[in-house]
Design a protein around this ligand. Structure first.
Ligand code: SAH
Ligand code: SF4
Ligand code: F3S
Length: 462
């Protein structure tokens, strides 16, 4: 018998990924080892996402499948965590259909994982411990981060925006910011370990710091992180257009490290829909913000999220979205069909929505077609440009190709000479070809000198 092994299956956003790293860190401290697949694990945690119906169905499908593994190995322990665990509907479903699950915990008490696992050992029936609200921010939790030179750091938990379609404020609670000093210490330690590409995380990073005493903002935080030696690139996710200040634009424009990629979810281009979504900005104010950003940061890469088929969206509303997309010319966009979420106001309006699903799907296709054309043109404009890219790994599709990412967060494919290891290196390239979803480049010089030597365990396939 070796050490017990764990496997964590993560759905959803970067914040869930980061939570999984913290769960893994606690398990490492308890003497567990990370397994490479669920088949080899003694403990499986399913970290769920509730943002859309499809995300929930994927997680429930996987939880259902795990019954077979549990039947074959009754000692196997199964846990369900994350945003779905915060919903009463999920708990009822698990009790009814998933008696093979041993433990359910939520987003607010993942730091108690060791105690919860103890309880599982002592108790025969399913242990359910979900907190309805968050306690104080817990610092100094261990974590088991992904290999490589890219790391994620939480700066604000929760969301106070209550967009009327969104479940996140219910699953993640009210906004709680971490102190600048704690974040700075974490990023300094990451730099010492060899991490060079750091993304600071929150559902709405633009409201960072308003709850601290004295109040600070994202621009102050980024300015405090900028001088940290060893960090080459600084990213932030996700921004809310309402809170994106001129001070932040100016800070990014003046920075050597802060990414020129800006993800600015717009959701809709129609003012009546934006009002009903409770987004607190208009099409005009969004366009004005974009104009100010483009003026200050001319090479900015803008991406967005758009919801199609919000309850009551008319053809005229949808045309406003198409018009906004044409005006902004996003580099790319995540487009979603509206999905009704328990407890949200929009879910109650959905029942009275006269627009059939086929019409909504047709609108989604029209939007995607327009965006793909714009993405292709935006990428074509980059042909010939020189850039620095971070090589992430070998392409899954072709062993002769490296997959890399630019500071603008674009995927760049490079020819791979297997005799030269470029993984985790920052490499100068020239862009040679453009497609809708990626660029192709050629290496035009040696990698930038290493700042700190960092060992990677396995050659990643991406
Ligand atoms: N905090 C971020 C992202 C939250 S979730 C923000 O405010 O932008 C990521 C994206 O999922 C959202 O931007 C939105 O486009 C989409 N989304 C959220 N709830 C949804 C729902 N009920 N149906 C469809 N898409 C949704
Ligand atoms: Fe959801 Fe809106 Fe908060 Fe984003 S800002 S997490 S869309 S409530
Ligand atoms: Fe999903 Fe929760 Fe993130 S609902 S998108 S995992 S905050």
């Amino acid at each position: 018998m070796g050490e017990p092994r764990y496997f964590i299956k993560t759905y959803g956003c970067q914040m869930n990924e980061r939570d999984s790293e913290i769960m893994a860190g606690q398990l490492d401290q308890m003497g567990f080892q990370m397994a490479s697949s669920d088949k080899e694990a003694d403990l499986i945690i399913v970290n769920t996402c509730a943002v859309r119906g499809t995300a929930e169905q994927h997680a429930l499908g996987y939880i259902g499948q795990l019954r077979q593994l549990k039947d074959a190995r009754p000692d196997l322990k199964l846990a369900v965590a994350g945003c779905m665990a915060q919903e009463a509907g999920t708990i009822a479903w698990l009790k009814k259909y998933a008696s093979h699950v041993d433990l359910v915990f939520g987003t607010h008490n993942l730091h108690e994982l060791p105690k919860l696992l103890d309880q599982v050992e002592q108790q025969d029936e399913m242990v359910i411990d979900v907190w309805q609200s968050a306690g104080e921010v817990v610092e100094h939790l261990p974590s088991h981060r992904a290999e490589g030179v890219r790391a994620f750091v939480n700066i604000i938990y929760g969301c106070d925006k209550f967009c009327t379609y969104c479940i996140v404020p219910f699953t993640r609670g009210r906004e709680r910011s971490r102190e600048i000093a704690a974040i700075r210490a974490e990023v300094e330690a990451l730099a010492q370990e060899g991490y060079q590409d750091v993304t600071v995380l929150g559902q709405n990073v633009n409201s960072y710091g308003h709850d601290l005493d004295p109040a600070v903002d994202l621009a102050d935080l980024l300015a405090a992180l900028e001088p940290i030696e060893g960090i080459r690139w600084l990213r932030y996710m996700t921004s809310h257009p309402k809170d994106f200040s001129q001070k932040l634009i100016d800070t990014i424009a003046a920075s050597q490290k802060i990414t020129r990629h800006l993800h600015l979810p717009v959701q809709s281009g129609s003012n009546p829909i934006l009002k009903r979504m409770n987004r607190k900005y208009t099409k005009e104010s969004y366009l004005d913000l974009v104009a100010r950003i483009k003026k200050a940061i001319p090479d900015v890469s803008l991406t967005t999220d758009i919801i199609v088929g919000f309850p009551g969206e008319t053809e005229a509303d949808f045309e406003e979205t198409l018009d906004l997309v044409r005006q902004v010319r996003f580099d790319s966009a995540f487009t979603f069909l509206y999905s009704p979420r328990e407890r949200t106001p929009a879910a109650r309006w959905e029942a009275r929505d006269p627009v059939p699903n086929t019409v909504k799907k047709d609108r989604l296709n029209r939007l995607m077609e327009l965006q793909y054309q714009i993405s292709l043109e935006a990428n074509q404009a980059l042909i010939g440009r020189r850039d620095i890219v971070l090589v992430e790994g070998v392409s899954r599709k072709d062993p002769h190709v490296w997959t890399a990412r630019s500071h603008h967060n674009k995927v760049v494919l490079l020819d791979r000479d297997p005799a030269v290891d470029l993984v985790d290196q920052f490499v100068p390239v020239r862009i040679t070809q453009a497609k809708t979803f990626y660029l192709t480049g050629e290496v035009v010089g040696p990698p930038l000198p290493a700042l700190v030597n960092k060992r990677r365990m396995a050659l990643p396939m991406v």
